[in-house]
Design a protein around this ligand. Structure first.
Ligand SMILES: [Cu+2]
Length: 171
């Protein structure tokens, strides 16, 4: 009996959680310009961009201020809207624009702030199930070394020519 019951329950659990029943997207009633605080950290200006229909990756941008007397580190994040969330850096190497994961997390210095913005540091959302639409917003949990999990909401703006290129998830 036990051998039959276990797979049956596993199947039920899968049926109860369809992939995109709640996909981390808020379709209406998204306030713009919100600030999110946790401990000494305040996060402002959080946004991402509308995606083309076939796109699977998007960049998230925000500013993190640390009013504390000790540094913290942004380690990564999670959202129901994407399979993987990483902290990336984009920079020029020669005449090539390169993106790479920030090793060991991104330091937010004591009494300072760090901007994640196009062309620099960004939150990389990979394996996005439903392409983001302008005017909606995205629920994202940022993971910090000291402040822990900090839920934020990213407004979704229009598409941009300098959005991360396709195929970025291959690196
Ligand atoms: Cu990236």
């Amino acid at each position: 009996m036990k051998h039959i019951l276990v797979p049956a329950l596993a199947g039920l659990a899968l049926l109860a959680t369809p992939a995109f029943a709640h996909n981390g997207l808020v379709h209406d009633g998204c306030p713009v310009g919100q600030a999110f605080s946790a401990g000494d950290l305040t996060i402002t200006g959080a946004y991402t961009r509308a995606m083309l229909p076939q796109a699977k990756v998007a960049g998230g941008y925000l500013v993190i201020e640390n009013k504390g007397t000790a540094p913290d580190r942004l380690l990564g994040g999670a959202t129901e809207a994407a399979q993987t969330v990483q902290i990336h850096q984009m920079k020029m190497e020669g005449d090539m624009m390169k993106m790479s994961q920030v090793e060991g997390g991104l330091e937010i210095p004591a009494g300072g702030s760090v901007a994640l913005e196009p062309g620099g540091y960004h939150v990389m959302l990979m394996g996005v199930g439903t392409p983001f639409k302008e005017g909606e917003c995205l629920e994202l949990t940022l993971k910090f070394e000291k402040a822990g999990d900090v839920p934020v909401i990213l407004n979704i703006g229009g598409t941009a020519a300098d959005a991360p290129p396709e195929g970025h998830e291959g690196h």
